[in-house]
Design a protein around this ligand. Structure first.
Ligand code: NAD
Length: 447
């Protein structure tokens, strides 16, 4: 099948590459010329494990192409995926200008039947809005009875559930595929396209467009709720002298609760949870519904992101002027270079305000942070270099490489044996034995 993917970011590039891997001819469109030039030269513009090998293979076999020309991509494609940004608008609602802008352009290009598949996370009603926009745009150049030979297009809602860091695996073997459509013709085409990905029997769930759109927001909001809930339990553990690791295991072994997403830390970040929770709360309030839980989830996360800063202030007796803090981890989570809404950035901002200096290390995200912060902080070439002459180490992202460091080197390089761990990477008993001041989340302070 000939497929166009519009928007070649974390979702679009993975979608395009994985669809090419199952034998489709895919053309990816992006307005970012620099990105397209890179991709045409065989360079993956993002860090995503396992993507490179599929990307190279499919380019080599002529199934994966890139362009900045929408028309060129759409004309020869039966299915057109929209993987465009939906950032938060000023009022918290999802900004649909990217999607509707492209929809308008599509109205001018489409001249034979196409399925337009919305993979972006969009508010309920967007599929209808996209349809309307395309039709209006078509009617400007010809009568909408350009539909005379039957409907010229269908708009399908197909929310994406991939996780950055596991995006290729998630796309190739999804837990489920959600398809929101009322068109039998579109349903058949999309089902054929996804068949190779659900051979193990994971379901393709068909529903109406609105339910599909809401499913994505409900999923992300529920996961964010789990995180904020656990963070509150962790905060309470600190006050009550309980250990959140024990509590986590105690509740996670109950099937009804489940083991995943129960790790406390310094809050959720990334390009999805913060904006999606906010957008769902806004949708609710626009419809006169007071979604109380979501408000609390956001409030808890806002505080949790920098909850480690007061702990650092206490240790340094409220005087961080001239203190050097080493930070391990800048990405919003491990195995990605994505720094959107990363808690590390909020912590850095606070620490700089307090007069501290920062030397940071992240395996993949430093280039993106450098673009944002320039020389406001130092960037180290490896995790140990970041520690040189630092007064303390702060762990902000749980990259695997930070899990079992050489503590002899860490102790020798740090001025003080002091670690603030926002991700609970180390055993309390080991930290005691090694003689560290070790402050983590929801667990006893080791000193
Ligand atoms: P992204 O910012 O990484 O990528 C978007 C791409 O679209 C960019 O490369 C941008 O240059 C391009 N673009 C913008 N306007 C364009 C236009 N008019 N024509 C062509 N290209 C254009 O975004 P993303 O993280 O891939 O997210 C895309 C959507 O998928 C969002 O709605 C997001 O909420 C949703 N989503 C993201 C994830 C994730 O983990 N990142 C997971 C599931 C769903």
């Amino acid at each position: 099948m000939n497929i166009a993917v519009i928007g070649t970011g974390y979702v679009g590039l993975v979608t395009g590459t994985c669809l090419a891997e199952t034998g489709n001819n895919v053309i990816c469109v992006d307005i970012d010329i620099e990105k397209v030039v890179k991709m045409k030269a065989g360079v993956v513009p993002i860090y995503e494990p396992h993507l490179d090998i599929l990307f190279q293979r499919n380019i080599k076999q002529g199934r994966l192409k890139f362009t900045t020309h929408l028309e060129e991509a759409v004309e020869n494609s039966k299915i057109i995926f929209l993987a465009l940004p939906t950032p938060p608008g000023e009022d918290g609602s999802a900004d649909l200008s990217y999607i509707l802008g492209v929809a308008e352009q599509l109205g001018k290009i489409i001249s034979e039947y196409k399925v337009i598949v919305d993979k972006s996370t969009v508010p309920v009603g967007t599929a209808e809005l996209v349809s309307k926009t395309i039709l209006q745009s078509m009617s400007k150049i010809s009568s909408p009875s350009g539909k005379s030979g039957g409907v010229l297009f269908d708009v399908v809602s197909n929310p994406e559930f991939l996780r950055e860091g596991f995006a290729v695996d998630d796309f190739m073997k999804p837990d489920r595929v959600v398809i929101g459509t009322s068109s039998e013709k579109a349903k058949k085409l999309i089902t054929d396209l996804y068949k190779p990905f659900v051979r193990q029997g994971n379901p393709i769930l068909f529903m109406d467009e609105r339910s599909a759109e809401l499913t994505k927001y409900a999923a992300n909001s529920f996961l964010a709720t789990k995180i904020s809930f656990m963070n509150e339990i962790a905060n309470l553990c600190e006050l009550l002298g309980a250990n959140v690791d024990a509590v986590r295991m105690g509740i996670g072994s109950d099937d009804r609760i489940g083991k995943r997403f129960l790790f406390p830390g310094i809050g959720y970040g990334g390009s999805c949870f913060p904006k999606d929770v906010q957008a769902l709360a806004k949708s609710a309030s626009d419809n006169n519904y007071d979604f109380k839980i979501l408000k609390s989830v956001m409030e808890v996360n806002e505080t949790q992101k920098t909850s480690i800063v007061p702990k650092i202030k206490t240790y340094f007796k409220n005087d961080l002027k001239g203190k050097k803090i080493a930070i391990w981890g800048l990405a919003f989570k491990p195995d990605t270079d994505d720094i959107r809404e990363a808690p590390a950035l909020y912590i850095i901002e606070e620490l700089l305000k307090l007069g501290a200096t920062i030397s940071a290390y992240d395996p993949e995200a430093m280039a993106n942070v450098r673009k944002l912060l320039g020389d406001k902080i130092e960037f180290a070439t490896d995790q140990y270099e970041a520690l040189k002459n630092a007064d303390a180490l702060l762990i902000a992202t749980e990259w695997a490489v930070f899990r079992t460091p050489d503590f002899t080197r860490v102790s020798a390089l740090l001025k003080n044996k002091t670690i603030f761990d926002g991700r609970n990477l180390y055993d309390l008993s080991e930290m005691k034995e090694l003689g560290y001041y070790y402050c983590s989340v929801g667990r006893e302070l080791v000193k």
